[in-house]
Every structure is written in C-alpha cells, then in structure tokens.
Design a binder for this molecule. Structure first.
Ligand SMILES: *[C@@H]1O[C@H](CO)[C@@H](O)[C@H](O)[C@H]1NC(C)=O
Ligand SMILES: *[C@@H]1O[C@H](CO)[C@@H](O)[C@H](O)[C@H]1NC(C)=O
Ligand SMILES: *[C@@H]1O[C@H](CO)[C@@H](O)[C@H](O)[C@H]1NC(C)=O
Ligand SMILES: *[C@@H]1O[C@H](CO)[C@@H](O)[C@H](O)[C@H]1NC(C)=O
Ligand SMILES: *[C@@H]1O[C@H](CO)[C@@H](O)[C@H](O)[C@H]1NC(C)=O
Ligand SMILES: *[C@@H]1O[C@H](CO)[C@@H](O)[C@H](O)[C@H]1NC(C)=O
Ligand SMILES: *[C@@H]1O[C@H](CO)[C@@H](O)[C@H](O)[C@H]1NC(C)=O
Ligand SMILES: *[C@@H]1O[C@H](CO)[C@@H](O)[C@H](O)[C@H]1NC(C)=O
Ligand SMILES: *[C@@H]1O[C@H](CO)[C@@H](O)[C@H](O)[C@H]1NC(C)=O
Ligand SMILES: *[C@@H]1O[C@H](CO)[C@@H](O)[C@H](O)[C@H]1NC(C)=O
Ligand SMILES: *[C@@H]1O[C@H](CO)[C@@H](O)[C@H](O)[C@H]1NC(C)=O
Ligand SMILES: CC(=O)N[C@H]1CO[C@H](CO)[C@@H](O)[C@@H]1O
Length: 540
C-alpha cells in the first residue's frame, strides 16, 4: 500500500506539469502524461519510480508505429533488437545504474544516420538497402552511450532532398510518402520528414534529423516541434550519408526546448572521425545546455530583425504571427533592433552543394564494408537510380545530380573555392554575422520558413520553436504533387539564428519564448495520432 501511494504521489506530481494539462492518460490507474506530450523528465520519473519499464515503453511505441505507419509512412524500419536493449537497460536501472541522461528512452533517427546493427541506412534509396557500415555512426554511438534506445529509422526526403527537382518533401523510393499529422495529406516538411512526424505524434520521445539547408527546422515547424540545427562541426557527421561537408549538421527534433537541449548535450562534441568538430571552441567540455535554460532570458536580450532580407508581404499569416512574437519579446524586456543585412539577396549558386556531394558521397561509399550494387561515385548512383524500376525515375528526376555532374569538378577545385568564399561572405559579413556584430545582438529572428538559407551557407546555428498555425477556416493550398502546404491548423515556427557555437544563447532565448507562449500545448492537435498508451501495455 505504501508503495502504491508513493507511486500515486509521484505520478500526480508529474501530471501537474504542463504536458499533462494538455493531455493526461493513466498507467496502473495513476495519472501520467499521454505519449504525444510526455517529456524526458516525465519518462525518467515514471521509470525510476517503477511505474513502467523501458520494455513497456518500447512495446507502446512499437504498437503506435504499427497503428499509424500504414497511413503516414513515417518509419522505414524498426530495430528488431529494441526490446532486448530495453530489457538490458531495465536490468541496469534495477541494479541501481543509469548510464546517461537518456537511460532507457526510445529515440528514432533519420534513415541517413548509420547504425552497425540489423537496421539499414538507406537515405530512402534501394541503392543502399543491405549495405553495411564498419561501426556505428558517432551520433548513434553517442545516443547509446547516453543510454538511449535507438528504436527505428525515420523516412525522409530521399537523399535528404538532394536528387530531384520535381520530387516532394518526405518522399523516398524505399519508404514511400511521409505525410504530416495536422491535416490530411499535409506536406511534412523536409528532409527530416519522418523525424518530424514521429516526434510530433509520439512514436518515440524525440528524434534526430540532419540539415544542410532547412531540413531540421522545416519538418520541426510542420509538426509543431522544437528543432535545433547546430553549428556545423558541433555534431559529428561520421557515417551520416552526406550532401555537403561544408553545410551538413545533425540535431534534435523534440516537443520541448528542454528535451532538445538534453539531447543536444548528449550528441555534441569532438570526434576523431570528423575533423570539422575540431572547430568546437570548448573542446571536450560540452556546455550544459540544460542549465542555459532561463525563462527570463529575453529580458535585456538584443534581438535583430533583418527587414531587408525578409519577404514582408509573401505570407501575411506568418508575418502577422512573427510581428506578434516581436511584441511578446518586447514585453518580456528584449530590445528589438533593426538589423538589415548589407547584402539583402545573395546570389548563391548550386556549386558548393554539387561539388561537395560529388566528393562527399564517394567518401561515404568508400566507408561501406558491404556495398550491394558496387556503387563508388555519383555517376554510379545516377545510373543505378535511372535504371532501377522502384526508384520512380523519370517521374522523380535526377536534376540535382545532373547539375552536380555537369560542373565537371568537385570540392578540391578552385572554382569550388570561389563560390564557397562568396557564400561565407553572404552568410557572414554581408549577412548574419555582420548584422550580429554591428548591432551587438544575441540573436537574429526570422520566420522559420525564411531562416534556413543565410545560416546554411555559413554553417550557423538555428533554433526553431512553434510560433502559430493557420486558422481553422483557412483554404487549403497544395503543391504539384498534391501535398497540402497551407491548411487549417497547419503549424509554423519562429527561428532564432546566431553566431557560430552560440547554441546556449539561442536555446535560452527559445526557451524563454516557449515558456511565455506554449504554442504547442495551447494550439490545435493533430487530426490523426495513435491512441495506444502506456496504460494499455503495462500489466497486460
Ligand atoms: C535491411 O535490409 C535487408 C535487405 O537487404 C532486410 O533483409 C532487413 O530486414 C532490413 N533490416 C531491417 C531491420 O528491416
Ligand atoms: C578532414 O577529413 C577529411 C575526410 O576525413 C579529409 O579529406 C581532409 O583532408 C581532412 N582535413 C584536414 C584539414 O585534416
Ligand atoms: C536569467 O536571465 C536574466 C535576464 O537576462 C538574468 O538576469 C538572470 O541572471 C538569468 N539567470 C540565470 C540563472 O542565469
Ligand atoms: C532596413 O530595410 C528595410 C527594408 O528594405 C528598410 O525599410 C529600412 O529602412 C532599413 N533600415 C535601415 C536602418 O536601414
Ligand atoms: C515572397 O513570397 C511570395 C509568396 O510565397 C513569393 O511568391 C515571392 O516569390 C517571395 N519573394 C521573394 C523575394 O522571395
Ligand atoms: C550570379 O551568379 C552567376 C553565377 O556565378 C553569375 O553568372 C551572375 O552574373 C551573378 N549575378 C549577379 C547579379 O551577381
Ligand atoms: C576530385 O577531383 C580531383 C581533381 O580532379 C580528382 O583527383 C579526384 O579523384 C576527385 N574526387 C572525387 C571523389 O570525385
Ligand atoms: C548502369 O546500371 C545498369 C543496371 O543497374 C547496369 O547493368 C550497368 O552496368 C550500369 N552502367 C554503368 C556504366 O555503370
Ligand atoms: C518494386 O515495386 C513493385 C511494385 O510496387 C513491388 O512489387 C516490388 O516488391 C518492389 N521491389 C522492391 C525491391 O521493393
Ligand atoms: C519530372 O521531371 C522529369 C524530367 O524533366 C519528367 O520526365 C517528369 O515527367 C517530371 N515528373 C512530373 C511528375 O512532372
Ligand atoms: C476560400 O475559398 C473560397 C472559395 O474559393 C473563397 O470564397 C474565400 O474567399 C476563400 N477564403 C480565404 C480566406 O481565402
Ligand atoms: C516498419 C515499416 O512499417 N516499414 C514500412 C515502410 O514503408 C514501406 C513502403 O511504404 C513498407 O514497405 C514498410 O513495410
């Protein structure tokens, strides 16, 4: 009896949290947040109090995946070893040992982050089904070291949206078309599309995505999530299928800033296999991103708006919400600064990504210990894709690869270097870094849909948080493949952009904004989500 009442007190305390105000469920009759809202703190509390085990959690999430995947095509593969791993972590916990901040917490990763287990790493292409890597990617290894259970691989825009000029966000030949959960046939954003929807509807606690330009923040906003796009080099790209060594980065998509901060802390840091990580200014001492969370951080902060780089009339709904957010920040004590970029519209080209892809893809192929179709270059991959029936060519073309190969050079060429230097200027002195330095800013803000480009070309960080959503009466607009772009309840976000390696500052500001607004909690719910909860698993 005493034990049960302890549980009751503990779980009720958990359930007084904001998450549970939004949606409460029960486990063994005890109130507990629903899996669509649950946080790492909630799960750690439930696990450590013995309300449920990691095996229960994995069973619940697998059942939810089975319920929803035939409709939304979020997941490419589940980890056949997940229950075994969960049981091992449960046994460790029972013996008094927790190995890290994610002990026993199920996480899903994008299907371009390799694991040396039974799961494939495909980028959504049949070219890599069956391929083997020599060891875990550093991201997978760090998740495991933090105690996480890698539950599944999430579907994505094929090749992280670097193949076609006429494909769609969230489509891959291997996984089909991911759709969002806020409106039927919603464009899920890309390219970490499955990572967005999976975290958004609670197929796991949170996910990892990758970004070259927009691929974390875009699906994060479409699934009403926080997305952290870290500085290039803060998180290792080793054994992550690349687009561009100069722009690729890996980061979390989560339902709260705090959860995203915990996960970032677990995956950041130097890695002998990715020499970009040697640019990290704090070495092995990864900042404690959780202790950076400060609900008052907007007070006294200097926040810049680059008016001349915004599309002020393009999307009146998003811009109206953006300027409401500005008022909220002002009332929270922030100083808002007119911080135009010196170059309003940079003339970027396809050279950096194309030339990087030629080099970096070949380097990834060369790491494989089993390469089922013996592919070694972009030429090989293009030929495979154009001739393998299930790759949907030419309905989905290979225009980006054609353009990359038409360059006739890779990233060792002087012509690459010239374009790369232009990008650094447009992202740096002529763009984001110039605005920050001239105006002594803590961050620059833009609507998430307009945030990606300037940060991408400089490898700069972005934290995107939920901002608002289209009203319930909104008329649906669709893209060429029939995916809903704007529609009733479709969410969108706000981006905080900063200088290199200033994630602590950005996370702190994003957290203060989240605490003031609670858009995810107060806003509309998905039109579709799995309904199996821990209570349906525990004790049955
Ligand atoms: C990986 O792909 C192979 C096909 O080569 C398949 O047999 C296997 O089941 C896949 N792994 C998972 C976890 O689905
Ligand atoms: C960084 O690593 C890459 C690939 O691992 C290699 O090609 C490159 O030469 C290295 N650069 C430096 C400066 O060591
Ligand atoms: C939180 O931010 C406020 C406003 O900038 C500052 O005064 C306060 O010292 C910060 N708290 C912590 C614990 O850093
Ligand atoms: C910034 O750009 C906007 C839009 O082009 C312009 O209206 C405004 O005057 C500029 N502000 C400054 C301080 O130059
Ligand atoms: C602004 O947004 C509108 C609507 O999305 C678009 O048609 C237009 O091309 C955009 N303008 C610029 C300069 O990006
Ligand atoms: C933009 O870049 C292209 C390719 O480098 C060049 O041909 C063109 O002249 C540039 N346009 C401007 C306005 O700078
Ligand atoms: C990159 O270009 C250099 C110079 O032409 C060439 O030697 C090298 O093989 C190329 N590497 C790849 C992966 O294409
Ligand atoms: C192109 O792919 C086809 C089918 O996969 C293969 O038979 C052929 O040898 C490939 N051609 C080249 C030049 O690699
Ligand atoms: C390719 O697609 C066909 C028709 O949709 C399907 O029957 C077949 O199993 C697919 N092949 C692979 C390798 O998935
Ligand atoms: C995509 O582009 C290719 C090449 O231009 C074309 O053959 C194909 O019909 C296009 N697909 C669609 C759906 O328009
Ligand atoms: C929605 O579409 C209807 C019919 O086309 C039109 O009458 C109405 O003005 C539209 N509403 C908005 C908000 O655009
Ligand atoms: C785990 C899972 O549900 N995988 C599915 C992913 O999507 C492909 C294509 O739609 C299915 O064939 C898999 O079964």
């Amino acid at each position: 009896m005493a034990r049960l009442s302890n549980l009751l007190t503990a779980a009720s305390a958990v359930c007084l949290g904001i998450a549970c105000l939004a949606s409460c469920s029960t486990v063994k009759g005890v109130p507990f947040p629903a899996l669509i809202d649950v946080t790492i703190d909630d799960l750690e509390e439930g696990l450590s109090r013995g309300l449920f085990t990691s095996v229960d959690l994995v069973k619940a999430y697998l059942a939810r995946i089975e319920q929803i995947n035939p409709v939304l095509h979020v997941i490419n593969e589940v980890n056949p070893d997940a229950l075994t791993i969960a049981a091992e972590l449960d046994a460790l916990r029972a013996s008094g040992t927790t190995i890290g901040p994610l002990h026993g917490i199920p996480i899903i990763i994008k299907d371009n982050i390799a694991t040396a287990d039974k799961m494939n790493n495909t980028a959504g292409s049949f070219a890599l089904v069956g391929a083997k890597v020599p060891r875990d990617s550093t991201m997978a290894a760090k998740l495991r070291k933090a105690g996480a259970i890698i539950l599944a691989k999430a579907n994505l825009s094929q090749w992280a949206n670097y193949r076609s000029s006429n494909s769609s966000s969230g489509w891959s030949a291997y996984g089909g078309q991911v759709t969002g959960a806020y409106y039927p046939n919603e464009d899920p954003g890309g390219s970490s599309s499955g990572s967005g929807v999976a975290a958004g509807i609670g197929l796991c606690l949170a996910t990892l995505g990758t970004e070259t330009s927009g691929s974390i923040i875009s699906p994060a906003q479409k699934s009403n999530l926080v997305g952290i796009k870290p500085t290039v080099g803060l998180t290792s790209r080793y054994l992550v299928i690349p687009i561009s060594s100069h722009q690729d980065t890996i980061g979390p998509l989560a339902r709260t800033v705090k959860d995203a901060a915990i996960i970032l802390g677990a995956i950041a840091g130097p890695d002998q296999y990715d020499n970009y990580t040697s640019a990290i200014p704090f070495g092995d001492k990864v900042p404690d991103y959780v202790s950076a969370l400060n609900a008052s951080a907007l007070s006294g902060a200097r926040i810049g708006i680059p008016y001349n780089a915004l599309n002020l009339t393009g999307n009146p709904t998003e811009m109206a919400a953006f300027f409401s957010a500005v008022e909220i920040m002002k009332s929270a004590g922030a100083t808002i600064v007119d911080a135009n970029f010196t170059v309003a519209q940079p003339n970027t080209t396809a050279v950096v990504l194309g030339a990087d892809f030629v080099s970096d893809l070949a380097a990834y192929f060369s790491e494989l210990t089993y390469n089922p179709y013996d592919l070694h270059s972009l030429e090989d991959l293009r030929n495979f894709t154009q001739t393998f029936a299930n790759e949907s060519y030419p309905d989905r073309d290979t225009a980006r690869w054609d353009a990359a190969l038409d360059l006739g050079f890779n990233n060792t060429d002087i012509r690459f270097w010239q374009d790369y230097q232009n990008n650094l200027y447009w992202g740096g002195e002529g763009g984001l870094f110039g605005a920050i330095a001239r105006n002594d800013l803590d961050a620059v803000i833009m609507p998430t849909s307009q945030s990606a480009g300037r940060a991408a070309i400089q490898g700069a960080p972005i934290v995107s948080v939920p901002l608002s959503y289209y009203p319930a009466t909104w008329n649906v607009t669709k893209n060429a493949r029939g995916l809903v772009q704007q529609g009733p309840n479709v969410p969108f976000g706000l981006g905080f952009l900063g200088d290199l390696f200033t994630e602590e500052k950005l996370i702190s500001l994003a957290y203060a904004f989240e605490q003031k607004t609670q858009v995810r909690i107060k806003g509309p719910k998905p039109y579709i989500a799995p309904n199996i909860e821990l209570g349906d698993i525990v004790g049955f």
